[in-house]
Design a protein around this ligand. Structure first.
Ligand code: CAA
Length: 392
C-alpha cells in the first residue's frame, strides 16, 4: 500500500508474533520488539511453526523467504525510528501502554501511524500519553487470535483519532488480507470482545453455580450452536491472564458484569491455558489440544441460555449506534468464526425466547447484567425479527 513498507510490532507475545507473521507474509518488512531475547526467540519459533503449516498445505512457498523479512530488536527507540507504521501488542495494562506510547512519541518519525492492538483499553486514554500534535495518529487496530487465520480487524476511532489515521489503518488491514470493520465509538471491548465476554461469562457462571458441567456447556457451544470452540476451550486459547485483564479493564470502565470466579482462580493457580500447558483442559507441550467433547453431552444444556447474553450485548451496541447490524454480524462471523451472525442466532431462536432466557439467567445467576436490552423487548413485543426479510 502507498507509503508504507516498514512495520514495527511492539510485543512478541500471542498477538504480536502473529501480526508480525501476517505482515511479513504480505511482503512488508517487519521489526519485532520485546523486552527479553527469549521472548523474541520464542516468537520466531512460533512464526516458523505456523509458516511450516502453511507451506505444508501449499498456501505459501518458502518459510525462509517470509522469515527473511522479519528482524528483531530489544531497542524500542531504534525500531520505532525506522518505521512507517507501528502496531503495539503489549500486555493489556494501561501503564504499560502509556509508557510505550510516550516513548514512541519521542522516537517515531513525524507522520508515522501509531496503532494499538488493545482489545479492551480505550484508544482515547492511550492517545493521551503522546504529545497533542500526535494524538490524531493514534488508532485502534484490533486483530484476533490467531491473526494468520482470523479475518477480522476492528479499526477503532478514539476521540482524537484523525480520519487519515483511520483510513491508513483500514487500508493496511486490507493490504494484510484482512476484512476491517470500523468501530465508530471507543466503547470498552469494542464489538467482539464485549459479545465474547458475555458468552464466556454466562457459560462460566452456569458451571460455577453447578447448573451445568464444563464439558456439557462446551459441547453445547460446539454441537448445538455450531461454534468452533466452547467457552472454556476458547478461554484456554486466549489465556487466562489476558482474559482476566480484558474483563477487569472493561468492568473498571463501566461494563456491567460480575466476572465468573473460575477465570481468576485458574489464573491465580498458574493454569493460564495453552501457554502454560494447562488451563481448564490439558495442552501438552504448550500446544493447543482440542478437547474431545462427545456430542451427547450437549443435550443437557439449553443453548439459548448460552447465546442470549451475547445477543443482549449486540442489541445494546446496535441501539447505541456503535456499529450497524450488518457490521456486528460480520464481526462475530470473522472475529470469532461463528457460523452465523449474532442477530441471525437471535432470529433463529426468536427475540421472545432470547428475552425469556435472559430473565431465567437473572433468576439463576442473580446478576443484573442479564437484564434484557430495551431493543430486544421492543422487537419481541411486536413479534418482530432483527432481519425482517429473513436471514442476512
Ligand atoms: N498458523 C497456521 N495454521 C494454523 C494456525 C496457525 N497459527 N492455527 C491453526 N492453523 C491451522 C491448522 O494447522 C489446521 O489446518 P488444517 O485444517 O489444514 O489441518 C487449521 O488451521 C484448523 O486448525 P485445527 O484443526 O487445529 O483446529 P480448528 O479446526 O479448531 O481451527 C481455529 C482452529 C481456526 C483457531 C478455530 O478453532 C477457531 O476459529 N476458533 C475460534 C477462535 C477465536 O474465537 N478467536 C478469537 C479469540 S478472541 C480474540 O482474539 C480477541 C481478544 O482480544 C482476546
Amino acid at each position: 500500500m502507498s507509503g508504507i513498507s516498514r512495520i514495527f510490532v511492539v510485543g512478541a507475545g500471542t498477538m504480536g508474533h502473529g501480526i508480525a507473521e501476517v505482515a511479513a507474509l504480505r511482503g512488508f518488512s517487519v521489526t519485532l520488539y520485546d523486552i527479553k531475547q527469549e521472548f523474541l526467540d520464542g516468537a520466531l519459533s512460533r512464526i516458523r511453526w505456523s509458516l511450516e503449516r502453511l507451506a505444508e498445505k501449499g498456501t505459501i512457498g518458502s518459510p525462509d523467504e517470509v522469515m527473511s523479512r522479519i528482524s528483531t530488536t530489544l531497542d524500542l527507540e531504534s525500531g520505532a525510528s525506522g518505521a512507517d507504521f507501528v502496531i503495539e501488542a503489549a500486555p493489556e495494562r494501561m501503564e504499560v501502554k502509556r509508557d510505550i506510547f510516550s516513548r514512541l512519541d519521542r522516537s517515531a518519525r513525524p507522520g508515522a501511524v501509531l496503532a494499538t492492538n488493545t482489545s479492551s483499553l480505550p484508544i482515547t486514554e492511550i492517545s493521551e500519553s503522546v504529545s497533542e500534535g500526535r494524538r490524531g495518529s493514534v488508532v485502534g487496530m484490533h486483530f484476533f487470535n490467531p491473526p494468520v487465520i482470523m479475518q477480522l480487524v476492528e479499526v477503532v476511532r478514539g476521540s482524537h483519532t484523525s480520519d487519515a489515521a483511520v483510513g491508513a489503518a483500514y487500508d493496511l488491514a486490507r493490504a494484510l488480507g484482512k476484512q476491517p470493520v470500523i468501530v465508530s465509538r471507543d466503547v470498552p471491548g469494542f464489538i467482539v470482545n464485549r459479545i465474547m465476554a458475555r458468552f464466556l461469562n454466562a457459560a462460566c457462571s452456569l458451571v460455577e453455580r453447578g447448573i451445568y458441567g464444563m464439558e456439557q456447556v462446551d459441547a453445547a457451544a460446539r454441537h448445538s450452536l455450531g461454534m468452533p470452540m466452547g467457552a472454556f476451550e476458547l478461554s484456554d486459547y486466549i489465556g487466562m491472564d489476558v482474559l482476566d485483564d480484558i474483563i477487569r479493564a472493561m468492568v473498571a470502565r463501566g461494563f456491567r458484569m460480575r466476572p465468573c470466579g473460575l477465570f481468576g482462580e485458574a489464573r491465580a493457580a498458574g493454569r493460564l491455558g495453552v501457554k502454560s500447558g494447562r488451563g481448564f483442559y490439558e495442552h501438552p507441550g504448550a500446544k493447543f489440544r482440542k478437547p474431545e467433547l462427545d456430542p451427547s453431552l450437549a443435550g443437557a444444556v439449553d443453548p439459548v441460555l448460552l447465546i442470549a447474553p451475547a445477543v443482549n450485548e449486540a442489541a445494546y451496541l446496535l441501539r447505541e449506534g456503535v456499529a450497524s447490524r450488518d457490521d456486528i454480524d460480520k464481526a462475530v462471523r470473522l472475529g470469532l468464526n461463528y457460523p452465523r451472525g449474532i442477530f441471525e442466532y437471535a432470529d433463529q431462536y426468536g427475540p421472545g425466547a432470547i428475552a425469556s432466557a435472559l430473565r431465567r439467567l437473572e433468576g439463576l445467576l442473580g446478576s443484573d447484567e442479564y437484564e434484557p436490552d430495551p431493543l430486544i423487548l421492543e422487537i419481541a413485543g411486536r413479534g418482530g425479527r432483527f432481519y425482517p426479510r429473513g436471514p442476512g
